[in-house]
Design a protein around this ligand. Structure first.
Ligand SMILES: Nc1ncnc2c1ncn2[C@@H]1O[C@H](COP(=O)(O)OP(=O)(O)OP(=O)(O)O)[C@@H](O)[C@H]1O
Ligand SMILES: [Mg+2]
Length: 267
């Protein structure tokens, strides 16, 4: 492996198992998953409905605890921390974006974006300045004082992204961030994630069902029945069909981002 490109792992998960209690015994939603995500990567988690994508995101996000397995986040073994200590790490290092935006309806855009800083005990003037800057960075500098119900779906998701960014987290986690948006608006939101990734070096992990999004990521982590699945894009989503159509019709192929050194050997 080449040494001129040094990446450092930010998420290292080994042998993660998650079981949920059910009426007839435990249901194993994740069955021994090991993944690594490097700093500055933009990766998708993809797979059929029920394959464990949201479960895995919840564990990466320290929103739930695994049944077993080890998790090293940004060099720190977080599996052995108490729930309170995990919450502190979560508030400091992680930013979340959800399918349904999860904005507080009575707070303006800028007040919604300030929330992670309230928990972080930043003083109010600085809070407002940081939140305004984050909204400007997502192209919403003119909508600081709008209530969520006066914003379009795409604008609401931009507010949610600004809120996920405002405390400068190490990783942004997004579970189907384009699921409630039309195709064009969804593409704009993905372009914004890519810009944040390229220009600010953000590490971004996105759950998506959209193969068009998946093929534009640095890498796809495939899941099937709670286990890692290689080639999920072609085997489940049939992406080679798109590529064949592009070739046959002489269409400009959609550029796939340059892959990093050592890429193929991971997962
Ligand atoms: N709290 C729970 N109790 C019992 N079973 C659960 C629970 N949460 C998830 N599961 C089960 O675990 C499996 C994985 O669920 P998960 O939500 O991670 O799927 P997913 O890949 O995100 O699916 P989708 O694409 O539909 O969002 C499913 O079979 C689900 O029914
Ligand atoms: Mg899900």
């Amino acid at each position: 492996m080449s040494t001129d490109y040094i990446t450092s792992p930010i998420v290292q998960i080994s042998d993660m198992v998650k079981e949920f209690p059910t009426g007839d015994g435990a249901f194993r939603a994740l069955d021994g998953v090991s993944i690594q995500v490097d700093q500055g990567e933009m990766v998708a988690i993809m797979g059929p409905s029920g394959s464990g994508k949201s479960t895995l995101m919840t564990l990466i996000g320290l929103l739930d605890t695994p049944t077993s397995g080890r998790y090293i986040l940004d060099g720190e073994d977080v599996s052995s921390l108490s729930r309170l200590e995990q919450a502190r790490v979560r508030n400091r290092k992680l930013g979340f974006v959800f399918q349904n935006f999860n904005l507080l309806p009575r707070l303006s855009a800028v007040q919604n974006v300030e929330l992670p800083l309230v928990y972080g005990r930043v003083d109010s003037r600085q809070r407002r300045a940081q939140a305004s800057a984050a909204l400007e960075a997502v192209g919403l500098g003119a909508k600081l004082h709008n209530l969520p119900n006066t914003l379009s779906g795409g604008q609401k998701q931009r507010v949610a992204i600004a809120r996920a960014l405002v405390h400068n987290p190490a990783i942004i986690l997004a579970d189907e961030p384009t699921g409630a948006l039309d195709t064009r608006t969804g593409a704009e939101i993905m372009a914004l994630f890519r810009e944040l990734n390229r220009e600010q070096g953000r590490t971004i992990i996105v759950v998506t069902h959209d193969p068009e999004i998946g093929r534009h990521m640095d890498r796809v982590i495939g899941l099937r029945d709670g286990r890692l699945a290689e080639n999920i894009l072609s085997e489940y989503y049939g992406v080679e069909v798109f590529e064949r159509v592009e070739r046959e019709h002489g269409l400009e192929p959609v550029p796939v981002p340059v892959r990093r050194q050592g890429e193929a050997s991971r997962i």
